[in-house]
Design a protein around this ligand. Structure first.
Ligand code: BMA
Length: 744
């Protein structure tokens, strides 16, 4: 097999104009225009509006290339694209070879008969995503979030690019992943699936492969495994029959892969080679961690559990939600990804939810999650919208996307769950998508939106979907039948969950506390105080959050001195949540005194956010026998903005991220306070008991102890232990609570 990259220097022009300009592949039109200084930085001040036009135009990319002799000597040549964003036509040497309509999938075209020895010209003609979405929306309206440009659900393209309540409206186009020529003869591996078999202390790996063959040939499959130190630990072969083969190999002295905080992450390399007359003609190398993983859902006194079990150990999932870390995702480099994942690991996070409004986790992201022991809850890319899932053509492009992505990630030790979508069970149940347009129903909804999800589009003529019964049917069939069938065929070992949140019965108590996962937004969208977190005991908390401004250095980077006022136009443009700044200020006045300066507001907003999320997480960790995990919304940002993130766009830790290092620590001391009653708890995530001492003191703000004690404690493994219940009613009877604190 021969591979020749087509990445690197290309040219591009706006469709209908003559002049070509230098471009970069992988890349996108916005980053190419930025490099040429033809558009201003859209993240600075109010520049975003000045670059909106880019999305409304058509663009053409082209390259010329000469295939190597070795490539031409192979029997067949293919053009392979790992990702094209999104609507394009590819033209090779004047002949159209294919159209693309899905950013999330890979493409391949057999170009054997079109390729020349020299002077090949490949052109990729992009259609404007906004024009296409608007036209489709006019023909058949879909409901989506208010913060978006219209029509996004019609395109299989990262939804957040069209705007979100933390993101700019900058849908782009381009060749966003690798593009190459592949030359092949005789045969190739078309599909490789691994399966781990754990029996007692022994582990074996089974590889099953399908083969494309262009001639009749005797083919052999060879499986070999290297241990984490790179030493060979065995190999085996089998012959290919009827274009497939399957072969198992025991792993000597298997070392298990553990989530962060529970043990190491030894990674084995599994190599599968296709041999023809003894020579390798194709090969796949996969990084594997040996582990068992189960999502345990069992009836219990509260309903049904939702708990991840790894290698037999129940894991309280501690983590956050992942959004694409840039509006232009092609420019997220290794260093940026590496820092985000190591920062998550440094704060004891063991799970990230790759949220369904962005892009599927890249290979590099999964490499890092494998390496750092971060379990991945992978959503499919559907979020908060009505999609035309009753349309066979739409479902068929989704099929290709599901196949490509599930095949790409299914062997990853970090992959814990495949989840259908974000908040669409809930949308159909509670956001009015399925309601008739009767005025009273709409009014009731408007009221509900006002308090709960103000950023969801208010019901008006454009959200009244006359064909909602067919769309809702399409939804149920797709997420409750079609997609689980596909995932169980492609990845039978990986758990599937239809939506986040859901009870697993369509539209019945999707966001309930008895079974399934939950998103809790009453604190924030509902303007409840942080103490409301304690009224909430779901089986798994997959989203909750509170906003803060980014750090002052980051604010400085997108503002000028005259913008540095919370309600300046620029500060409001870098706040996409409905009433966002008002919600921060309101909660702040409940908790702190008014800051006196702009930097004071920024700083205190950061402290406030850290304090709120700490309060929630400590509560759910104390209730770990009932709650299976807590993932705060959200780890990162895609541009500099006020948001729920704990790390801002430039990688600066917000106070929340520092706080996470404490509230996610494997052994956590927390206080369940209720007026003068204080109960001290230790939550121990470890598989071993923790022995030590707890020291506490009721003190004045000057540090004088009024009462204090030290208690020897033994905290049981993987559980929460109540250490002592203190009552300071008498001690505080004649004292001002504002001058006293409990230190422990
Ligand atoms: C959650 C997410 C996002 C959103 C966030 C904050 O529900 O799924 O859609 O950005 O709320 O509103």
């Amino acid at each position: 097999m021969q591979v020749q990259s087509l990445a690197g220097a290309w040219e591009f022009r706006e469709s209908g104009t003559e002049a070509w300009h230098p471009a970069k592949v992988p890349g996108c039109v916005h980053t190419d225009l930025l490099a040429l200084e033809r558009i201003p930085d859209p993240f600075y001040r109010d520049n975003e509006a000045d670059v909106r036009w880019v999305a409304d135009r058509d663009w053409v990319y082209r390259t010329t290339f000469t295939p190597s002799d070795a490539l031409l000597n192979e029997a067949r040549q293919f053009l392979v694209a790992d990702g094209i964003d999104t609507l394009s036509r590819l033209i090779l040497n004047g002949t159209a070879i294919g159209d693309t309509d899905n950013q999330h999938r890979a493409w391949e075209w057999d170009i054997t008969d079109l390729l020349r020895e020299d002077g090949n010209i490949l052109e990729v003609q992009f259609t404007s995503p906004t024009q296409a979405a608007t036209a489709k929306q006019a023909a058949r309206p879909m409901t989506t979030v208010a913060a978006q440009l219209p029509g996004a659900p019609h395109l299989r393209k990262a939804p957040y690019q069209f705007g979100w309540d933390w993101g700019p409206k900058l849908p782009t186009c381009g060749i966003w992943k690798d593009l190459r020529l592949e030359g092949r003869s005789v045969a190739r591996l078309s599909d490789v699936r691994l399966e781990q078999i754990h029996e007692g202390d022994s582990v074996s790996v089974r590889a099953s492969a399908s083969v494309d063959a262009w001639v009749r040939a005797d083919l052999t499959l060879e499986l070999s495994i290297e241990n984490p130190e790179g030493m060979a630990c065995g190999s085996a072969t089998t012959s290919i029959e009827h274009r497939s083969g399957s072969i198992a190999l025991g792993v000597a002295d298997p070392r298990l892969w553990w989530p962060n905080g529970f043990g190491d992450q030894p990674l084995y390399r599994v190599r599968l080679r296709l041999l023809y007359e003894g020579c390798p003609i194709d090969e796949t190398v996969l990084q594997v961690g040996l582990r068992t993983l189960e999502l345990r859902r069992e009836p219990d006194e509260w309903g049904e559990s939702f708990q991840f079990i790894v290698n037999g150990v129940p894991i309280f999932a501690k983590g956050s939600n992942w959004i694409p870390p840039d509006a232009f995702v092609d420019r997220v480099d290794e260093a940026k990804l590496g820092k985000l994942i190591s920062d998550a690991a440094a704060t004891h996070q063991n799970m990230l939810r790759i949220w369904g409004g962005g892009t599927y986790g890249s290979d590099r992201l999964y490499d890092l999650c494998d390496r750092y022991g971060i379990l991945v809850w992978q959503d499919f890319m559907f979020s908060c919208s009505v999609y035309p899932l009753d349309d066979a053509a739409f479902v068929s492009t989704v099929r290709a996307e599901v196949e490509d992505n599930v095949r790409r990630i299914r062997h990853r030790p970090s992959l814990a769950l495949l989840c259908g979508n974000n908040e669409m069970d809930q949308g159909w149940e509670s956001w009015g998508w399925a309601k008739s347009p009767a005025e009273d129903a709409l009014n009731a909804l408007a009221e509900r939106f006002a308090s709960l999800r103000p950023w969801i589009q208010e019901p008006d003529a454009s959200t009244r979907l006359p064909d909602w019964p067919s769309l809702q049917d399409g939804y149920t069939r797709f997420f409750y039948e079609t997609l689980p069938d596909w995932t169980s065929e492609l990845a039978p070992d990986i758990e599937y969950w239809p939506s986040s949140p859901t009870s697993r019965t369509p539209f019945e108590n999707a966001n309930g506390q008895e079974m399934g996962d939950a998103h809790y937004w009453e604190v924030w969208h509902g303007r409840k105080p942080f103490s409301a977190f304690r009224d909430c005991l779901p089986r798994f908390m997959s989203e909750f959050g509170f906003q803060a401004f980014p750090t002052l250095e980051t604010v400085d980077a997108y503002t000028e001195a005259e913008d540095r006022n919370l309600v300046s136009r620029v500060m409001e443009l870098h706040q996409r949540g409905n009433h966002g700044n008002g919600l921060i200020i309101a909660q702040m006045t409940d908790t702190f005194r008014m800051p006196e300066s702009f930097p004071g507001w920024i700083y205190l907003s950061l402290i406030l956010q850290a304090e709120g999320i700490r309060y929630g997480v400590e509560h759910w960790r104390r209730n770990r026998q009932r709650v299976g995990g807590a993932l705060y919304w959200q780890l990162d940002d895609c541009w500099p903005v006020a948001s729920w993130s704990s790390i801002d766009y430039y990688g600066r830790w917000k106070a929340l991220h520092y706080a996470a290092r404490r509230f996610y620590a494997p052994v956590l001391l927390s206080v369940l306070d209720d007026g003068c009653a204080m109960e001290l708890h230790i939550t121990n995530d470890r598989a071993e008991a923790w022995a030590g001492a707890v020291r506490w003191g009721l003190e004045t703000l000057q540090g004088d102890a009024i009462e204090s004690d030290e208690i020897s404690v033994m905290a049981a493994p993987v559980s929460d232990t109540s250490i002592v219940a203190l009552d300071f009613t008498d001690a505080m009877a004649d004292k001002d609570p504002g001058d006293h604190i409990l230190v422990c």
